[in-house]
Every structure is written in C-alpha cells, then in structure tokens.
Design a protein. Structure first.
Length: 941
C-alpha cells in the first residue's frame, strides 16, 4: 500500500491544482457582474510579518467570501496595503538613527520619504506566501496602495468634500501628542494604548499674597506642567478649611483633610469657595509672572473631592479642562513645552530637557523653594503612543478637525443599520465610542503621508484642493506625485495672493478609512461601481478597530454619502499565548504560525480558529494541541472516510429510491439535511463558530456511527446493500465537501474530486452551495429513533462497565425499553454495538437490562473476537491489504485460549484471512501480545 501523504504535501498539491486551473479567478469570473457581494478588505501595514491576529481576521475574510461565492454571488477580493504613517516612519528613524524631528529635517524630508517608500512593502512577499499557504483567495496582483497617486487623489477629493460640507475646521485646542513622534494624535489613537505606570504625585504649597504665612494646597500627577501654572480652581459647592500646622496656615477641602494632612494640625476656620475665589497667590516659577489675570483662585465645575486636595492646579496649555478655564478667564495660553516634549527656552534652567522625564528636576526646584508639602508614588493607567509606547502629553496646539461631535445622532442612527457579530458590539463597544465621539484631529506634524491639500495665503486665506487637475491648473505645473516633499514645493498665485501649502500630512486612519472609494479612484473613475457597492456587504477585523478602521469608515461614509459604510461586520478577539499572556516574540511563548501549518495543515488551523470564541470578539488562548486535535478528529477522520469510500467504491454509484434505504442511510441523510440547514442559517447570520462546530459534529457522527456501523454493507460489491450504502455515502460526501469548503478548502477539494473521476465542476469552489431541494429527503422521525438507539446503547455499555466486562466479550442477551417500538434493524444495530447474542425490545420508559452471566461458550466467543481485532491490527501494521492472505502464528499458556483455538480453528482463520494457523511463533516476522485475563498469549504473522 502506498504511503499516505502528510497534510502539508496534500495541501501543496491542492494549491498547485488551484493555481494551474485558475480556480480562484474562475470563481469570480463565472459569477454574474450584476450579482455582486461587496467585501472591503482593510489594508494592513507590511512593516512586519503576519501574526495569529492577522490569520484570524484573514481566515474570516476568506470563509465568508467563499460562502457567498457558492451562493452564486460575484465576490471580488482585492488586497490593499496601508503604506503611510508612523509604523513605517518609526522603522526608518531607527534604521537611519534619526531620533528627532530636527534630525529628520537635517537629513532631508525628500530622502526620508523616499526611504519610507523603498521599505514600506519590505515584507509584502512574506505576506503573500502566508496568505497563499493558508488557502486564502485574494487578488494581490492588482492590490491598492495608499501611497499611490490615484489613491491619494481620491483622499484629497474626500478632504475637499468635507471642507465644502463645512465638516472641517482648523482649531487651537487641547489634544494628545506623542513627544517622541512630535505629532498630534486623534482621540481614538490616544485611547487605544493604556498601561499602568508609576508617577510621582505632589501636593504643592501656593502662598497667598494677602494673608501672611497662608498657603493653598493643590495636588497634581504632572509636575512638569507646574511651570505653566496660571490659576487654582476650587469647587463652588465644596466646603474648605483653614488649618494651622506648626507656624503656617494651610487651606484644603474639608472632606479631604484627613487624607491630605501630614502630622498634627488645628482647624482654625471653615471657608466657602466664595471666601477663596479671587484671592491671588505667588507664582511658583518666575518665567511668566507678568501675565495678566493670572495667579488667582477661580471656580470650576469639574473640581471634586474624589482625590487630591479639592483644589486643582490649572495650566491652560496642558489639558482640556485647564484650557477651557483659561479661555473663560481670558488668559493667554502658555505652552512652556515644545511639541517634541522639550521645555522651551523660556523655562531657563530646564530648557531642552524632556518635560515628563524631568518631574524629578521640577520637584527638586520646588522643594528648594519650600513649595512641596508632600510627594507620593502613584500607580495609575496612562495613555501611551500606539506606535512607540512613549507616554503622551495633553497639549494645546493647532490641528485640523472633522466635526464628529456635531453628528453623533446621525452616526448612532446609521450604526443601527449594520449587523454586528457579536451583537453586543453595536451598542456596546462601538456604540459607546460613537456616543462619546469627539471631533477627529486628522492633521499630523509628520512627513510620510498624504499631505493635507490645504494652501494658505500670507493673510490666512484658505484654498483646499480636491484633485491633481485642480492643482495643475492653479500652479501650471505637471503633478505626478502627491507626497509632501513634492507638493510642498508647489505654490501658486490667485487673485493677487501667493498660496503655500501648510506642512501637515493626514492621519493614516483617514487614508485607510477612504479605501471604499480611493481603491477605485472614485470619483475620477468607477463611479457606478462604487455607488452600487456602498454600503459594503461585509467587513471583518479585530475589536481594536472599533476605534480605528471601523470608526474611520463609518464617520467618513456618514458625512460624505449619508450612508453606513458596511452592512455586516464580524469582530474578532485577541489571540493570546497558551498561558493567557500576550504573545511575545521576545518571550517566544507561542509557536510560529507557519510551522503549525506545515505540521498540521492550513485546514486544521483555520477550523481551530473559526470554531473558537475568538470569532465572537472573545480572547483565545492558543493551544497547538488544539490544532492537532482538529487535524486528527476532523481532517484526519474525513481523510479516513474518503479512503474507506475509495477502497470499496470505484465508480459513481447509481441513484437509489427512498424505499430502498436502510435506517442508517435515512439517519445520515436526515442528519446531513439538518446540518445543512443549521450551517446555512449560521452563515447567513455571519456566525462562523456555530457553523464550524456543526460541521465538526457531523464528521464525527459520519465516521463513528454511520461508516463504522455500515462497514459490513460494503464488503460484497455485488449486493443490494452495497449499492444503496455506496450511493448514500457518495451523496453525503459530495454535499459535505460543499458544506465544509469555506472553512476547510483543501480537504473539501480532496473529497469532492476524490469521490468521482469527473465531478460536476472542476473544483468544489466552483460549485453552488447545497440548498434544501438538493437533498430531497426529509425524515425528522429517524433522527429521534436513532437518538433513542444510541441512548440505549450507552445505557447497556454503562452496565458493562459496572460489571467490569469489556465490550469485546460477547454476552448472552439484553432487554431494551423505549416509548416507541424500534424496527428490527435498529435492534440489530444495538445488538452489534453492545455485543450480545440476542436483543429484546419492550415498551416502557427508556431503560435496559443486561444479562452479565459468562458461560464457557461466551468466553470462547469473546476470545475469538479479540484475536480477530489484534490480528487485523498486525495486518495493518504490516501494510497488508484486505485481500492479502497470511500465515497466522500463536502461542499461549491460557487454557481458555488453547481451547478456543481447538474449537474455533476455521472461524479464526476466516476472520484474519489466514491460509494456515500454526502454534508457536516460528517464522513470524511481526508479533504482538494479546491481553487476556491470565497467562501470556502471543500472536504473529
């Protein structure tokens, strides 16, 4: 017998077949253009290799399009690359040792951008290999890239359209910045990466100018902001106290007194907020001491007594609450920190130092001037840069914003038109984010990205450009590349004013969120195609994209087209290491994905992931043993069933009539129909895990019950039983191949092409999905009957276990009881399963009675069966085929075994297909011990 190929070799053969016969291309081309299923494929960065998170989303993006293709839809799948932004810029900075904006500008923005362009698709080949090997079908040859001019031109069109709709504005307001990247971040970016860090919190003494030795205590976790302090804020309804401690007086919220005070003190008087408002205090630092309206106590609604002193230090340049208080009090907005996180030259003694890491320096200065009352270490959650993990700063600066907050109601209403899987994402994680959505900062002080198409005159007049043609007409120059280092050189004159482009580039999430139209170069081309495909039928990504790609798609589509961007979305969770920790290359706490695929096959990995909670936005602890189990129990089992079929059936069996069917046939066909209905319903609802588990359960039932119980029916190729059973198994495998095709495309192809020399289609993936009338068989009653049969079998086997009698030992009889009468053929199934000589049915509640008395004759019959089982196992180990004849050797000191050979010589020979039976192991080349109740028994071939 030829050695069976492993999973990797078999799947490689299938890949080659698909490639040679253009199966993917044909699966698209052969479906009508007017019956589209529109799928948006979110663009990944090619700055690293694919990990398990990518494989989960990628498999979902393959399963669903395959399904709808089989439903007759034309599903075009075009790959895309996210090329711009911090991911690639950070890599180039490291490569070229450019750790700051000054270094990048000294190096040259043109050279920096061209370095980004050269490396942005560095891992594209690796991605293509992984995607191909996983069996994912997607057109990577005609991919879209966010750095292509056509794509960027559509992004410019979108930006100008937002401007024309008055959905854009330039604002000066607080926003998070990454000091290392020296750029602003959107609220979604700044909210996507929190970590627990330890900071020094300080309670600071602010000396009142009109009361001797009296200090107001204010608390902060950001000492670096204290040089920019302009005000102190109290709560209008909060009660305060003045206490005496040693030789001075301190003011603090009454409710916070015990938590704040260090040492003994005496309460002198209670104060209202009104007693404090308007009082002036001495600046902590001399840098901005001459500012008007500053260094006084004001009221603010956000002040609470939940923590701190009940008095808040206000630095209007750093923090949203601070900013708006500063505006209300008509203060100049002081920024003593640059956008790169360094102190400005105004802050003498600290100029050039990184602000946040200089907390210690600030505290030393304050302590030296007697301004520190107390310091403590505080462990708290803090936002980090989503790309470089640098702690962010809240910073007031100029940025361009989309007016998201003004359209929350529309965003929420459009979201109700989308089906989310799982459903709790709609009004939970995503809906909550929409409810609190802030205006979206879309400008970045970076280099490698789509430039903001905004030109300004010296007097501040704004012109927004929406196309290459428009820029060429205004400038009189040919424009072939829209990147910053190119278009920054383009100026033009209009109405006597000279216009120059502003320096910022767009948020890369704005670019990826533009993919529905930008990939098609809309509106410059493909207008009808795009408009017919909005909203898309389906998208899928991880749950982190609720604040990323899902959000940018939704916002831009809502404003530009007043439609949702997508109709259906599946959200996956995170794939964790087996111990529940985050997967880490440094820790090497997970197996390489491609090594897993090479060991167990892509089908096994795909089905393991798709049947897990990870496709329902839950986390998955990845276990290689789980992939192995799927490989054995599903792929391996199905391969064994296919091999069994091919061993006995050599041509497509002829059609049989329903009345010819054995109860086992009726049962497996009814179960297949039920499985088809359930899988179809789940797939229509985009619920992948239930569909995958239904298919796994069916394959188990097919192998462990139908095929195992039907083996004897296949032995005589000329019998009626063979004719019927072979046709049923053919029909089951043919339909099953189609049902599993979206999830396990390789074994589906093997089964589909392995059961017939000339299948109806060249590939199962060109076939249509099984529908109700494909299997003209409805028999729900047999499902209940077979369920009863199996329950009775289980109860008899339980009684065997209690009596400590193995199943291989035949017993005299059993009585089974059920409400409905069982057909004789079902009783025969029970008899064979529980290994008794006779079975009797009685009407009544479900129960069984087993005769456990062992006679000498029964013992010998049990020994014969065990010898047959072990003998056939030896045959299999030797690689013998069913018709190969052997010489069977045996030796034993067990009296029952010796007596059995003497009494049942011919029966044993027949059961192991032996031409001779010889006592003694003599010329045996393969031997094995047979476990008996006593003594030693050996057999050999």
């Amino acid at each position: 017998m030829a050695e069976r190929k492993g999973a990797d070799a078999r799947e490689q053969d299938v890949l080659e077949y698909w490639k040679k016969n253009r199966i993917f291309e044909r699966s698209v081309e052969e479906r009508p253009e007017d019956n589209q299923f529109v799928f948006y494929d979110g663009p990944p960065f090619a700055t690293g290799t694919p990990h398990y998170g990518h494989l989960v989303a990628g498999t979902m993006k393959d399963v669903v399009p395959r399904y709808w293709t089989m439903r007759g839809k034309r599903v075009e799948r075009v790959w895309g690359w996210d090329c711009h932004g911090l991911p690639i810029e950070n890599l180039i900075e490291k490569d070229l040792d450019l750790g700051s904006r000054d270094k990048i500008q000294a190096f040259g923005i043109d050279k920096f951008n061209e370095s980004c362009r050269a490396r942005v698709l560095e891992y594209a080949d690796v991605w293509e290999q992984v995607v191909y090997r996983l069996g994912r079908w997607v057109d990577m040859e005609h991919c879209y890239r966010t750095m292509d001019t056509n794509y960027m031109e559509s992004v410019w069109w979108a930006f100008k359209t937002l401007w024309e709709k008055e959905a854009l504005y330039e604002g000066y307001r607080p926003i998070h910045i990454c000091p290392r990247c020296a750029t602003t971040l959107s609220s979604s970016e700044s909210g996507s990466n929190y970590a627990d860090i330890t900071d020094t919190s300080v309670t600071v003494r602010f000396k009142l100018t009109d009361e001797e030795d009296t200090f107001v205590l204010a608390w902060t976790t950001t000492p670096w902001t204290l040089p920019g302090n302009m005000l102190l804020a109290v709560g209008a309804k909060i009660a305060y106290v003045k206490v005496k401690q040693r030789h001075e007086f301190l003011i603090v919220a009454k409710e916070r007194l015990e938590a704040v005070m260090d040492g003994e003190y005496e309460v002198i008087e209670e104060l209202s907020a009104a007693n404090l408002i308007g009082k002036h205090y001495q600046p902590l630092f001399p840098y901005f001491a001459d500012r008007k309206n500053a260094f006084r106590v004001v009221a603010a609604e956000f002040v609470t007594t939940d923590e701190g002193t009940g008095i808040v230090h206000i630095a209007p340049g750093f923090g949203e609450d601070d900013f708006y208080v500063g505006q209300a009090e008509q203060l100049d907005i002081i920024r003593h920190v640059n956008i790169d996180g360094t102190f400005t030259e105004d802050v003498t003694g600290f100029a050039g130092l990184q602000a946040k890491p200089s907390d210690k320096n600030i505290l030393e200065y304050l302590a030296g001037h007697g301004s520190v009352y107390m310091t403590k270490q505080l462990r708290h959650s803090y936002p980090l840069c989503w790309r470089c993990d640098t702690p962010l700063l809240n910073y007031t600066t100029n940025s361009w914003y989309i007016r998201v907050s003004a359209m929350r109601d529309q965003l929420l209403a459009l979201n109700q038109q989308t089906t989310w899987v799982p459903d709790n994402m709609k009004n939970g994680r995503f809906g909550n984010w929409l409810e609190g959505a802030r205006d979206w900062s879309v400008s970045r002080s970076r280099y490698w990205g789509a430039p903001l198409p905004v030109w300004k005159s010296e007097d501040g007049e704004v012109m927004v450009i929406g196309s290459v043609a428009e820029l060429e007409a205004l400038s009189g120059q040919k424009v072939e590349d829209l990147h910053k280092h190119i278009v920054d050189k383009i100026t033009f004159e209009k109405d006597g004013k000279r216009y120059t482009r502003i320096p910022e580039v767009l948020d890369c999430w704005f670019e990826s969120g533009s993919m529905p139209y930008a990939r098609l170069h809309y509106p410059f081309e493909n207008q009808e195609k795009f408009e017919a495909g909005l909203p898309a039928d389906f998208i899928a990504e991880g749950q982190d994209q609720t604040r990323g790609w899902f959000y940018s798609l939704h916002v831009l589509s809502a404003i530009l087209f007043e439609k949702p961007s997508f109709k259906n979305v599946i959200v996956n969770g995170l794939v964790m290491a087996e111990d529940g920790k985050k997967m880490s290359k440094r820790l090497q706490n997970y197996p390489d994905p491609m090594e897993v695929v090479n060991r167990y096959g892509a089908d096994a990995l795909r089905l393991y992931l798709m049947s897990s909670p990870v496709v329902n936005a839950e986390n998955l602890r990845f276990k290689e043993s789980g992939v192995k189990e799927v490989s054995n129990k599903f792929v391996g089992t199905l391969n064994n069933v296919l091999s069994f079929y091919q061993l006995f059936v050599h041509a497509v069996p002829e059609i049989v009539q329903p009345e010819e069917l054995h109860p086992l046939d009726r049962w497996i066909l009814a179960l297949l129909q039920q499985t088809r209905e359930r899988v179809t319903a789940s797939m229509d609802a985009y619920e992948l895990a239930p569909a995958a588990r239904e298919l796994q359960d069916f394959v188990t039932e097919l192998s462990q019950w139908y095929v195992r119980r039907s083996r004897d029916r296949f032995k005589d190729g000329s019998s009626e039983d063979f004719r019927v059973a072979s046709r049923v198994l053919y029909r089951v495998l043919e339909m099953l191949a189609r049902l599993i095709a979206p999830f396990t495309p390789f074994i589906a192809e093997e089964v589909y092409r392995g059961i017939a020399d000339r299948p109806e289609e060249d590939s199962v993936h060109l076939a249509l999905w099984p529908m109700a009338d494909d299997l003209d068989f409805q028999d729900t009653e047999i499902l209940g009957t077979m369920k009863t049969v199996r329950e009775l079998v289980t109860r008899v086997l339980d009684q065997r276990t209690e009596a400590k009698i193995p199943v291989r030992q035949i017993l005299q009889s059993a009585v089974v009881r059920s409400e409905k009468e069982l057909p004789e053929v079902c009783l025969e199934i029970i008899r064979d399963e529980v290994n008794v000589q006779s079975i009797t049915w009685e009407q009544g509640e479900t129960s069984v009675t087993l005769d456990t008395v062992l006679t000498p004759e029964l013992r010998q019959a049990g020994i014969v069966r065990e010898l047959q089982r072990q003998g056939n196992a030896l045959r299999k180990d030797a690689g013998l085929q069913r018709d190969d004849v052997i010489t069977f050797y045996w030796e034993s000191d067990n009296a029952d075994v010796i007596a059995t050979f003497e009494a049942s010589f011919e029966e044993i020979a027949t059961r192991v297909n032996a031409k001779a039976i010889v006592r003694g192991l003599g010329d045996a080349t393969q031997t094995a011990e047979v476990k008996m109740s006593e003594g030693t028994t050996m057999i050999g071939l």
